[in-house]
Design a protein around this ligand. Structure first.
Ligand SMILES: Cc1cc2nc3c(=O)[nH]c(=O)nc-3n(C[C@H](O)[C@H](O)[C@H](O)COP(=O)(O)OP(=O)(O)OC[C@H]3O[C@@H](n4cnc5c(N)ncnc54)[C@H](O)[C@@H]3O)c2cc1C
Length: 637
């Protein structure tokens, strides 16, 4: 299979404009003749559905929550990047492009990243016009703060609830279209299969999560904005409902899955406190603007933070990376936290934590300012840990947070299945092997508001779409596939809960394909996952029926897909004999313990083709070329 990225050539700053000009257009009067199925109503799906409907297309939008307003995007705390240069501190579209390519450890397409940086400017204008209440300076201009991997302040924020405010903006735009009748909204509806006819994506099979009713929806194109798969690890900062089912089932219908092993560990999360836990909580990266990360100099030092004098503290990020200090990118900060804990210098009862200390910032700026900037995050920390971060440092440890891998898409955000578009965290584009903080919201909204609405028209205008009846063999086959999966899950007479399997799978993936990986561990994971998957199918116990609200049935289907995905992640990690970004193979590191890339052999996106459960998948390679930001060892010193 030849992967055609459709990446334009020529001067990079003109590529998107030129490309757009050459895309075919759908006449405004003809747009309503096309139906687009948008699965997902987070920032990516919600913005796409609203914009497509505003353009005149007939849109059906699906989400599994009770309201589009509850998509996981609502959890985003810290902010959204844009190269506005309001602070006049040297930012530019080019610098955002440069930081993102470098931050992603040279494993993303330059053309996509440049477009993302360009469009970042429009996003802020659009959101302000919608009334998103971004923080403002005294003068009235929008305020900015810094995020990791950048030396400028380009992160727009609304306290520690930026995702919520942005989603309210997109949600209102979506509701307007729902009210106008141009978007038909299907909440509490889960996509369980993709219908492919004559090689084109033409529909989806869904299950109504309240009644259990299966339905097929036919359209002219399908858009997946279904989020990331971080919950494969069981414990993660993602909302509990986040899952891989939509993209995994599309993968099983032929969509290539790119770079599944590129997962992001976020350095600042509340540490795991016990076996009973089912969720981890993020403490936003924005806190590293003012918080200082440290551990005791001595191993096994059990004194409280206030008992440890300044001279006996190791501000290890500031020491090792003086230029970026506490704001090094996430992969670098996470690895360093792990390293000091592995040395026996971790803090707290388990020793698996480092301090994030606001003492100096409170002394410098006053408690009031810190409260104004991060009040809700401090409250959240206090409620969960029972400790007051205004009085003593937070304890934090890295945790799974984001997935850079996802379905492969070309420059138009179309997968290798014609008519199947993938946007937001669900696709693999733009962030390479490590995403910079505050860039996920930027990408989701860039895709939904500005990129997809342009590119999808070209596809619709260039193709003919025959009417598809529900009696079509492909529809019936997809429906029967979904029915069989549900029946198989319900018929099992097992003894174990879905969660117990998920937890066990998550432990394997975290242990062997988490923050650090090596060949022996990955091979071990690949020997452990298949028997556990088989045991899952034999021994899982699901109460209730398929004709009602049944959350353990819902979860079982998702966990079944996580099993298959986990195997692919480990295989991808094993095949990539280099370290890059969040993919840290212990065998490949510099003498200073930094990721050692192998550009000669691995400068490509690995796009995997599905060949059946337990069958070896086939890898296709999209070579990456860098004309502008030349690959070099990343340095944040
Ligand atoms: C705690 C936390 C804080 C974060 N903070 C920031 C931040 O400050 N800045 C930043 O840039 N990024 C941040 N991120 C990352 C960012 O929030 C996400 O990457 C982004 O919101 C994903 O948006 P999305 O639209 O792609 O997916 P989501 O918001 O996850 O939406 C997915 C949608 O798809 C639907 N869906 C999924 N599967 C199906 C299915 N099978 N059938 C039907 N519907 C389906 C869901 O119902 C939902 O509507 C944070 C992430 C976390 C976990």
């Amino acid at each position: 299979m030849q992967l055609d990225s459709k990446s334009p050539t020529g001067p990079i700053e003109k590529r998107w404009e030129e490309h757009r000009f050459h895309l075919k257009l759908v006449n405004p009067a003809n747009k309503r003749k096309y139906t687009v199925l948008v699965v997902g109503s987070g920032l990516a799906g919600g913005s796409a559905a609203a914009t497509l409907a505003e353009l005149g297309y007939n849109v059906k939008c699906f989400c599994f929550q009770d309201s589009p307003r509850r998509a996981h995007s609502i959890a985003a705390q810290g902010g959204i990047n844009a190269a506005k240069n309001y602070h006049n501190d040297g930012d530019s579209v080019y610098r955002l492009f440069y930081d993102t390519v470098k931050g992603g450890d040279f494993r993303a397409r330059e053309s996509n990243v440049y477009r993302l940086a360009t469009v970042s400017l429009n996003i802020i204008d659009q959101c302000v016009a919608q009334g998103v209440p971004f923080a403002r300076e005294y003068s009235g201009y929008l305020d900015n703060r810094s995020f990791g991997g950048a030396q400028v302040s380009r992160t727009f924020y609304a306290r520690g609830q930026t995702g919520q405010q942005l989603l309210l903006g997109a949600y209102q735009a979506l509701e307007r279209q729902i009210g106008a009748g141009t978007v038909q909204m299907f909440p509490r509806t889960e996509m369980l299969d993709l219908v492919v006819i004559d090689g084109k994506a033409r529909g989806i099979v869904t299950r109504n999560l309240i009644t259990g009713k299966m339905e097929t929806h036919i359209g002219d194109a399908v858009v997946l904005g279904t989020g990331g798969y971080g919950n494969v690890f069981y414990l993660s900062t993602n909302a509990k409902g986040c899952n891989t089912t939509a993209i995994w089932r599309a993968h099983k219908r032929g969509a290539l899955f790119a770079n599944p092993c590129f997962t992001q560990i976020h350095p600042t999360c509340i540490p795991v406190s016990g076996e009973y836990q089912s969720k981890l909580t993020l403490m936003s990266e924005s806190l590293r603007n003012d918080g200082r990360v440290w551990v005791p100099l001595k191993k096994g030092d059990k004194r409280t933070a206030s008992q440890i004098p300044e001279a006996e503290r190791d501000y290890f990020l500031e020491r090792k990376y003086p230029s970026f200090g506490n704001l090094v990118p996430r992969d670098v900060a996470s690895r360093n936290a792990k390293q000091v804990c592995d040395e026996g210098r971790g803090v707290g009862e388990t020793g698996l934590a480092v301090f994030l200390d606001f003492r100096d910032a409170i002394q410098r700026l006053g408690k009031h300012t810190i409260k104004e900037r991060y009040g809700n995050l401090f409250d959240m920390y206090q409620r969960i840990t029972g400790e007051d971060p205004y009085q003593e440092p937070m304890r934090i440890y890295p945790a799974i947070h984001y997935t850079m891998g996802g379905l492969w898409v070309d420059y138009n955000l179309m997968s290798n299945i014609p008519g199947l578009y993938v946007i937001g965290e669900a696709n693999f584009s733009d962030h390479g092997a490590n995403r910079l903080g505050a860039s996920a919201l930027m990408q989701g909204l860039a895709d939904g508001y500005f990129v997809l609405p342009n590119t999808i028209g070209d596809y619709l205008a260039s193709n003919k779409f025959d009417k598809v009846e529900n009696s079509h063999a492909a529809v019936r086959e997809a429906e029967s596939n979904v029915t069989q999966i549900t029946r198989r899950l319900l018929e099992g007479k097992g003894t174990r809960s879905v969660d117990s399997f998920h937890r066990e799978l998550g432990k394997i993936v975290w242990e062997y394909c988490g923050m650090a990986r090596n060949a022996a561990g990955l091979k071990k994971a690949l020997s452990l996952i298949p028997p556990l998957r088989e045991q899952f199918w034999r021994d899982v116990k699901i109460l209730g029926s398929g004709d009602e609200l049944n959350q353990s049935l819902e979860r079982a289907g998702r966990v079944a897909d996580f099993f298959e995905l986990a195997e692919l992640m480990c295989l991808d990690a094993l095949e990539r004999n280099e370290s890059c970004g969040g993919h840290f193979r212990e065998e490949y590191q510099t003498p200073e313990g930094e990721a050692a890339r192998d550009d000669a052999n691995y400068s490509y996106a690995a796009a995997w083709e599905y060949r059946g459960v337990g069958q070896p998948p086939v890898v296709h390679k999209e070579p990456l070329t860098f004309e502008y930001v030349h690959p070099a060892q990343r340095s944040y010193k």
